[in-house]
Each structure stands twice: as C-alpha cells, then as structure tokens.
Unconditional design. Structure first.
Length: 311
C-alpha cells in the first residue's frame, strides 16, 4: 500500500508546492506526523536515517509505518531511506519494504558518485523503487552526516545534466545553503539560500524534482522552551520559512524536516518534567510530545510546504 514518490513529485512540481519528508524514530513521532497529514489531506514522506534504523530496528519502523498506512488509507505515504551511505544499506531497505532510497555519495568524486548511484538505481528500478541522489555537500551534523563548517560545497549547476543522465536517478538533492542540525547559521546573520543556483539547476533539468536537506527552521519558541527548562542550546538558528516556501514554488518537490520535530518533542518533554516532577509514566510525557509533533507538522504542511488538500 505504500507508494513511491513519482506521482506525488510530478503533482508537486506542476502545482508549485513541496512534499514534507519527516524523519521518524519511534511510534509517537509517526503518529503525530500521520495524524496531521490525514487531517490536512496531505501526501507524505516518512524517512528513516541509518541511525534511526539502528536505534529502532528496521522491522519495527516498517511495521509502524504500515500501521499508519492502514489507519489512513487515503493518504499517499512513501517510506524513504535518508542518507544511505552504501549499496548494501540501500539494498537492505529496498528488499525490506522501502519504496524510496537515497544514496548519498556527495562526499566522493563526481565519477565515484555517478558509479555508485547508478548501481543503486539499477537495483532499485528493477524492483519498482525510486532513488534520490545528491550533488554538493551541506554543512552541519545530523545522525551520521557530519560536515565541518567551511568544508561544504554548493552544487555546481553545470554538472547536473550529466549526473542525472548517467545515473538515471529519480530526484536530486542539491546544496544551496541549507545545513543539517539546529546550528545552521551564525547568530545575528541573515540566512539566505542561493536561489540563483536553484534556478540555474531548474533550467538545466526542467521538470526534474529537486530536494532540500537540512531545512528545519529551528523555531525560537522551542529553543527557548528547551533552554527555559534546563537545556543549553545557545545560538541555534534555522532556515527562514519564507525562503523554504519560495523554494517550493520553484522546482523543490521534497523538503526534509527533522530537527524541528526533535525540538518540539524535547521542549515539551522538558516542560512536562519540570511541571510534574512526581510523574514517571512515559505515556504521560509522551502524549504532549506527540501533540507537539502533530502541531509542528500541521504548521509545515499549511504554511511552508503548501501541500494541504493536495491528494
């Protein structure tokens, strides 16, 4: 019942909106995301990183996503591997029920990236699974992704046509200034995505779905909540939501969101612990955390992605 991203990306590209790709790690996160998407009639990508797969176990996560698919049969849901770093990992996810995988060899040479991506694409396409690839590298830290500030590289638009033609990938993640994690930009600076690169890439591969990683906005209200209740996150800054909305109006069909979910959950759990020091039942503090995830995702769907009522 899970779907690939092909049809949802085509509709998103033509409609000037993006699909939210939300990282999942446990039941409460999956519940919050899918409840929001169901109420707003939004297509959905649930994505699993290598770290999440190791933490929660492949089978648990697949079955939780399948359960959501049963509960909400009218919502198109794709199950995606985020930042697969090897053919073996991608193969395991393809064989294990994922409908989409990302092979991220952006840290390799262009030739190695092409060769490795092509191998994954050939295996995936034979089994009806789609593949996301990446050109350019983002700074920041998130699970296994760790690129030092100053060592990131913008995508070179002159390389995208050759890369897509040689690999036959289905979507392409590019680097235009987004960053992994909650510390994307220096405090006091005005973040600005490189829309000139995005527009040039779009001209060179018209109609082709583009992906933005590292696109959490790091809402100040949740950073403040974390800090107010015992956390220590000074200087956490994200991508302005109006810039993400503009990217969705262009050729970006998939926007990845992870840190915002973590912040919403953690802020509310810290708050709950502070206000209810006598409570110890996980259901008590995970319930408001799940509600916070749902509210966060609903906001993104309506105000950033523009994909509400797009089924």
């Amino acid at each position: 019942m899970l779907v690939t991203t092909k049809e949802m990306f085509k509709k998103a590209y033509d409609g000037g909106y993006a699909i939210g790709a939300f990282n999942v790690n446990n039941m409460e996160i999956i519940q919050g995301i899918t409840e929001a998407a169901n109420e707003l009639n939004s297509p959905l990508i649930l994505q699993v990183s290598k770290g999440a797969r190791e933490y929660a176990n492949h089978t648990y996560l697949v079955k939780l996503v399948e359960a959501a698919n049963i509960l909400y049969p009218n919502i198109p849901i794709a199950l995606h591997l985020d930042h697969g770093d090897s053919f073996e990992l991608c193969k395991s996810c393809i064989d294990g029920g994922f409908t989409s995988v990302m092979i991220d060899l952006s840290g390799k040479s262009f030739e190695e990236n092409v060769e490795g991506t092509k191998k994954v694409v050939e295996y995936a396409h034979e089994r009806g699974v789609v593949v996301e690839a990446e050109l350019g590298t983002l700074a920041g830290i998130e699970d296994e992704v760790n690129v030092e500030e100053g060592k990131q590289s913008y995508t070179d638009p002159s390389t995208v046509e050759e890369f897509v033609a040689k690999t036959n990938c289905d979507s392409l993640a590019i680097a235009i200034g987004t960053s992994h994690g909650a510390y994307k930009f220096k405090p006091g600076t005005k973040p600005q995505l490189r829309f000139d690169i995005l527009e040039e890439v779009s001209k060179r591969i018209p109609g082709f779905p583009i992906v933005l990683h590292g696109s959490s906005s790091v809402p100040k209200e949740f950073v403040d909540m974390v800090n107010q209740y015992g956390g220590n996150m000074p200087g956490a800054v994200g991508v302005p939501e109006d810039q993400l909305r503009h990217a969705a109006e262009l050729s970006v069909c998939k926007i990845n969101i992870d840190s915002d979910i973590r912040l919403a959950m953690t802020g509310n759990i810290r708050k709950y612990f502070a206000e209810h020091p006598d409570h110890f039942d996980p259901r008590q503090y995970l319930k408001p955390a799940r509600a916070a995830v749902k509210a966060m995702v609903a906001h993104k769907i309506k105000n950033v992605l523009g994909c509400a009522n797009k089924i």
